[in-house]
Design a protein around this ligand. Structure first.
Ligand code: SF4
Length: 321
């Protein structure tokens, strides 16, 4: 079966006064239809840029994005317009992504109007009402403005906007990180229900591994524009192999005292993504770094079945010699 979405050697660089910023630097992965890929990394690792480049909000510097078997990397304006119906994004901060002068119904109707989906005003109102119902927004909020609603309800508008055109693929860019913990669970449950109901494929971007643990089929860990570890979600938590992923995992708070992991502190300075130096980008913060790590960038390799890691010393560190 061919992948629903395939990314091949994808690169996105930005020109800066100090040189080229390598935000996304040669990523390869695929997502099956109806699956969720969790993309994890600290802020500034390029994960949001990756999501935006895949759906065409940013032009790729190199590589390919293949969606439903078709190369869409250099899609023209008309093709992009069509793709916008199939590929959508839910933003992190629903407040700043919503127009403060638009009511709930206007915000949800916007995409439907741009793409001329409904023939009559009545049809448009009906569709908006259905979408509000789908995301659990009561009818009484139809004429409300974003500032009159709490964060959870604002994010429900963001989800309704993303679903308005019946997409198949949705980039969820930190959709719950601006919300209170109690609301986070509600929104995550809603997103999972919608995925099941509509067969959606998600790319779920987050800095918090615990958020994607239960909702992702596969997880991809990024560090400074590069992929450092990827495999199925359960496998990642059972056999964490890359030193960076181990440090991220150790930072997750837990109430399970018996299985509490000792926090691994990352010391040293973050290397610059601008004109990156040769060698492993994690080396300045890695306690296992040796001379080779500073000279050669590790290539990603299959260390266990279906489990890929980019680290020169992965076998040694994990007693797999
Ligand atoms: Fe650490 Fe070297 Fe592995 Fe990079 S390649 S993660 S510096 S051991």
């Amino acid at each position: 079966m061919s992948a629903y979405l395939e990314v091949k050697d994808l690169k996105k660089y930005f020109k800066t006064p100090r040189g080229m910023l390598h935000a996304v630097d040669g990523l390869n992965f695929s997502i099956e239809k109806g699956h969720t890929l969790g993309v994890v990394g600290e802020s500034g690792c390029g994960k949001s840029t990756l999501g935006r480049t895949i759906i065409g909000l940013l032009d790729a510097t190199g590589g390919q994005v293949i969606f439903e078997g078709k190369d869409i990397t250099n899609a023209d304006k008309a093709e992009r317009m069509e793709l916008r119906k199939k590929m959508q994004i839910i933003f992190q901060d629903p407040f700043s992504s919503l127009n403060p002068r638009m009511t709930v119904s206007e915000a949800i109707a916007e995409g439907l109007i741009i793409h001329k989906v409904c023939k009559t005003k009545q049809e448009l109102d009906q569709r908006v009402s259905e979408l509000m119902d789908t995301v659990g927004l009561a009818e009484r909020f139809t004429m409300s403005y974003p500032h009159e609603l709490d964060g959870g309800r604002r994010q429900r508008i963001g989800i309704a906007r993303a679903l308005a055109l019946n997409p198949g693929f949705v980039v969820c860019d930190e959709p719950v990180s601006a919300l209170d913990v109690s609301i986070q669970a509600q929104i995550l449950n809603l997103m999972q229900d919608l995925q099941e109901e509509k067969g959606l494929t998600y790319m779920f971007i987050t800095h918090d591994l615990s958020v994607v643990k239960h909702i992702s089929n596969n997880i991809l860990v990024m560090y400074l524009g590069q992929l450092v570890e990827t495999c199925e979600s359960d496998e990642l938590f059972e056999h964490t192999l890359h030193p960076y992923t181990k440090a991220l995992l150790s930072a997750i708070p837990t109430t399970d005292i018996d299985n509490r992991k000792q926090r691994i502190l990352m010391q040293g300075e973050l290397s610059s993504p601008i004109n990156p130096a040769p060698g492993c980008r994690f080396a300045p913060r890695c306690r296992y770094a040796e001379e080779r790590c500073k000279m050669e960038n590790p290539v990603i390799e299959e260390v266990l079945p279906g489990h890929f890691v980019a680290c020169h010393r992965v076998r040694e560190i994990n007693d797999m010699q």
